[in-house]
Design a protein around this ligand. Sequence first.
Ligand code: SF4
Ligand code: SF4
Length: 443
Amino acid sequence: MINMAVFHGFLEAIHHLPEMAKPEVLTDDERLARAKKVIRIKMDRGLALDLEACVNCGYCSEACHFYQSTQDPQYSPSRKLDLLRRVHARETSAFAPIKRLFTPDITVDDLKEWQPLVYDACTECGRCSMICPMGVNIARGVNVMREVLFEAGLAPLELLAVAQEQAGRGTVFGVGATELVQAVEAMRSQGIHMPLDEPQADVMMVTSVIDILLYQDALMATAKILNHLGVKWTLRSAGFEGANFGLLAGSEALQKEASRRLIDEALAIGAKTVLVPECGHAYPALRWDARLDDGLPLPFEVMAVSEYVGQQISNGRLQLSPGDPTRRITYHDACKLARHGGVVQEPRAALKALGVDFTDTTPTAETNWCCGGGAGAFLINRAEGLRYKAWEIKREQINATGADTVAVACGSCRLNLMAGAEKDQWPVKIESVVSLVAMQLKD
Ligand code: SF4
Ligand code: SF4
């Protein structure tokens, strides 16, 4: 049972994030110089190709929930990369000296105008790239734009505040090792085996601020499943936060620092597997982006917990008792898990094993609609109206399944769905995949 008072307290805390941010004081010339420097550094072959390949066909707009729900041309995915395109044309393209004659230079006003486009109006979901006939990777370009704006001192204050808190004190929303220990103690008092700071373990479990504050059901469920499987696992108080606000804000340095904490702990205990919690962006941050200091791949496996649980069910190691066959459950694919990570079948295998009436959405899997609140958009106060517009697409898609429950494998999606549900008095239950599985573990 979710504590709605905590949920509302969390929403209220988001409103005060801008007061906590410490933005850099920069002149306009400094902002522009920093922005251009990042664009030059990031302009590799892939990005240059993405910028040059676009034929302005407009198909990507049809795929974007922000454009679809508003029909506002400023939210066209391709347009979100226009500043990169202009700098590339003027400075790094093959015919730069000629293109410079008819391509206007970017200005600080342009950077400010693009801030809501690449933070509020893009969840880096990647759906547009799946539709694009030229294969333009718009989500990557938007991520570069976030790095550009972060370096120019123009990241939204909400994301800046949380990224600075995570880099400085190592906490997120005030949740650090002390709060983790309190949560662990509370679960131990309910009779759940919760290993913490074990010196050696095969599986290191990562959690997140949102699970400690609000979705303790998911944290507890993961523990119950690992205990049921007889796995030697542990949480580590010096590295437990899966959420990576450096990635969301656009700071590569802060992103690496947050990943470093997890990597160090996993190496220290000789973990073979690191389990990422139900948190969409935590998964690509560690699985795809993180590297050892020397650039080599991580020497352990990184798995999303829904992926791990689905695999254990599919290979017969985890068996569930029969559920209610009249209960109709559908699944919302978190973009970072499904489209970016290929975690599609495993959560479905887990849900189908519940013995309920599982009904998929249309479209589904890699082409499923985004919830509208990912990549930090949920934390940006200004984006609230736009998020709700995008949520309407998700709501109608789920309604069309006739499901009484939607299962999610991402705490951020869960937050956004809960906010939409509360606004619309939406009756569909919103549940975590691991929590549903843990409720039906076979003795
Ligand atoms: S990545 Fe997603 S949110 Fe961003 S422009 Fe593409 S479809 Fe829209
Ligand atoms: S679908 Fe691809 S080629 Fe067409 S406008 Fe969008 S980014 Fe450009």
